[in-house]
Design a protein around this ligand. Structure first.
Ligand SMILES: Cc1cc2nc3c(=O)[nH]c(=O)nc-3n(C[C@H](O)[C@H](O)[C@H](O)COP(=O)(O)O)c2cc1C
Length: 241
């Protein structure tokens, strides 16, 4: 009798287990669909454009775009390419330096600047960077958000502007204007506040005019930026440069 009872109990338990498994799988599937929908909506609707841009003078410029990701054709690369397309169509000369693919050391603060006749004594990718820097009238920083800041790659490139900030220097940069393009996974525009503030203060120090900023929230996976409406904005920023 007790065997029959036990068997009945076991059957009952396995039905409950099957049911909870079924509901568990259903809830997981629902959550996955919900999350992917949420990401889809977030990645196409929450563009944050701060201080879209001021109008250019219409004069032809040489623009240097410094990108900050190692991912070829990743999200920030697509922003940079869209910007470059607009700027070239408007007649500007555009150079792109990819600090993620040509990484360089941070500044060593050795104070050896200009001692060899070149801006820096450290011989790394900066050798490719400084000739482009010295030709440009406008600089555009285009970085993914890493730890609520610029990527390390682009930060090292920024560090290497140090020789041009010394009082004694044989020559200075021609850059007079700057723009900032950034993207990140976060859905909150305030996640970019740290970078925006460093950018603002750097421009203040250098006396560069802020010509515009674009922050794109909600992009993370490779390809999230493809067909994103932010690309049209970046292209327009390039055209108006
Ligand atoms: C090391 C690292 C740190 C990151 N930190 C942040 C972060 O602090 N906030 C954020 O929203 N996204 C963060 N992300 C996500 C990237 O900003 C996001 O994936 C971006 O779209 C990548 O752009 P990319 O394809 O141009 O590299 C981080 C990604 C990496 C690899």
């Amino acid at each position: 009798m007790s065997d029959i009872k036990n068997a009945a109990n076991n059957v009952g338990k396995s039905v409950v287990r099957r049911r909870s498994l079924f509901f568990g799988a259903g809830a997981a599937a629902l959550a996955a669909v919900g999350y992917s929908l949420y990401r889809r909506i977030a990645s196409t609707s929450s563009i944050q454009v701060e201080n879209f841009m001021t109008s250019g003078t219409g004069q032809k410029k040489r623009i240097l775009i410094v990108t900050g990701s190692a991912r070829v054709h990743g999200n920030s690369d697509l922003l940079a390419e869209a910007f470059a397309k607009g700027a070239r169509e408007a007649g500007h000369d555009v150079d792109i330096f990819s600090s993620g693919r040509e990484p360089m050391s941070a500044c060593l603060h050795c104070e050896g600047c200009w001692s060899t006749g070149k801006p820096c004594v450290v011989e790394d990718s900066f050798e490719h960077f400084w000739p482009l820097l010295e030709k440009a009238n406008m600089i555009v920083f285009c970085s993914p958000l890493y730890w609520y800041n610029f990527s390390g790659h682009i930060k090292c490139a920024m560090d290497r502007l140090y020789p041009y900030s010394k009082k004694e220097k044989p020559r200075d940069l021609l850059i007079k204007e700057a723009m900032l393009l950034m993207c990140g996974e976060s859905l909150f525009p305030r996640s970019f506040a740290g970078s925006a503030e460093s950018y603002r203060q750097t421009l203040g120090l250098k006396g560069w005019k802020d010509r515009g900023r674009l922050f794109v929230t909600g992009v993370h996976e490779f390809g999230d930026m493809k067909d994103h409406k932010a690309l049209a904005i970046a292209e327009q920023m390039g055209r108006n440069a």
